[in-house]
Design a protein around this ligand. Sequence first.
Ligand code: SAH
Ligand code: MG
Length: 193
Amino acid sequence: MVSIHEIKAYAKEAHVPIMQDAGIDFILDYIKSNHVKNVLEIGSAIGYSAIQFASVSDDVHVVTIERDDTMYSEALKNVSNMKLDDRIQIIHGDALDIEVTGTFDLIFIDAAKSQYTKFFLKYSPLLNEGGVIISDNLAFHGMVADISLTKNRNTRQLVNKIKQYIEFLKNNPDFETTFYDIGDGISVSKRLK
Ligand code: SAH
Ligand code: MG
């Protein structure tokens, strides 16, 4: 039997970039206060955040997508050990290639930082009325605010992609986005009627 603490400890040891505590707490509060029932997550890693979301209440169902084989297997194992198979569905594939059916109260984007705009455009039609898209890592360890912290060209390109995504959110006429300096930087985009 594993516990959420052991999953978290494993993530730390194996350097799996799971959500920070403050970010998780923020989303768990959001799920509770808005009675969120259906969550779509892009980027499961080892299932840590999906398990946290599903643990809020028996009413919460999570569909989560993971492309990496090893992460996917770990996620399957963890979800099964936590006895949450009936409420967490893990899809093995690239979120930009697969088709997801269903509609969601919350879509959580936490995968390849270079593809956030594409994820947003592809999945926003699956939002229920009143639903939101939450994005993680918009601060990217402080590098979005201070590009001099980046150590190489690759990282600089990623930081620029995140900046472009932030601009895309700010200028999107169909959504109102609020940015929070919580965890590694979170945004909540609410669809306007
Ligand atoms: N949400 C997790 C952490 C996710 S880490 C948690 O907080 O517990 C990001 C994960 O996204 C990685 O495991 C990576 O393999 C996956 N990923 C990145 N790009 C992806 C894509 N296009 N489709 C599916 N998964 C992707
Ligand atoms: Mg993240």
